[in-house]
Design a protein around this ligand. Structure first.
Ligand code: AP5
Ligand code: MG
Length: 216
């Protein structure tokens, strides 16, 4: 199963990608997570990407496309993958077509998780993350323990630097200008499936599973 998850910042792409990866037995590939990992390790990739993530702008395509091409060529992607946060502009969508053509495999579906701006802003404002295992928490929906240690791995729970209100506004602007056209790109190709991301996370997951299994 080869899937792309599309949608605005904070809509729940990462939340659903983790669950879908477990259910479908294919890797979750998040370009945002790859950049954050590189930044925390201070690798050359991380050093180049940091200013873009911190300001809410897209990392240049010369960096991002090669990174995804390498990742999709790994043996663990042979049975499929769930792409979260890529493609994020039309040039990336075209590059993905080329990469998949080169690998001789099709994209099965693009799941567009949609929600209003007020909902995603609240989700981002409350989001907390484990620095060690990436587990997601939310101050109201799924609060982290009071000692600030992850319930799964005891890692340190933190707030993403790009989750401050000013950077969120920039990310939403970038999403509208650069990523929304990707929704139309796939709609035109007839492989776009839209799910209501304002529902609770379990409902969203079951809807996506039904969609990819051809029941919706
Ligand atoms: P990235 O990490 O991809 O961030 P994003 O797209 O802005 O999306 P988020 O991770 O903020 O949200 P999400 O949809 O995953 O929501 P989540 O599941 O966490 O990208 C970050 C940056 O990296 C970019 O700004 C850019 O600089 C760079 N970048 C990445 N990819 C790139 C690319 N392809 N090209 C160029 N640059 C790139 O959920 C949010 C919160 O809501 C959580 O607390 C969660 O618990 C809660 N929640 C989730 N679902 C529900 C629900 N149904 N009900 C209630 N609460 C929910
Ligand atoms: Mg995410």
């Amino acid at each position: 199963m080869r899937l792309v998850l599309l949608g605005p910042p904070g809509v729940g792409k990462g939340t659903q990608a983790v669950r879908l990866s477990q259910r479908l037995g294919v890797p979750h590939i998040s370009t945002g997570d790859m950049f954050r990992e590189a930044i925390s390790q201070k690798t050359p990739l991380g050093i180049s990407a940091k200013e873009y993530l911190d300001s809410g702008k897209l990392v240049p395509n010369e960096i991002t496309i090669g990174l995804v091409k390498d990742r999709l060529s790994n043996a663990d992607c042979e049975a499929g993958f769930i792409l979260d946060g890529f493609p994020r502009d039309v040039a990336q969508a075209e590059a993905l077509d080329e990469i998949l053509k080169g690998l001789g495999v099709p994209l099965d579906a693009v799941i567009y998780i949609d929600a209003g701006e007020d909902v995603v802003e609240k989700r981002i404002a409350g989001r907390r993350i484990c620095a060690k295992c990436g587990a997601l928490y939310h101050m109201t929906n799924n609060p982290p323990p009071e000692d600030g240690k992850c319930t799964r791995c005891e890692g340190h729970i933190y707030q993403r630097i790009d989750d401050k209100a000013e950077t969120v506004r920039e990310r939403l602007k970038v999403y509208k200008a650069q990523t929304e056209p990707v929704v139309d790109y796939y709609r035109g190709r007839g492989i776009l499936k839209t799910v209501d991301g304002e529902e609770d996370a379990d409902k969203v997951l079951e809807t996506i599973i039904s969609m990819v299994q051809g029941r919706k």
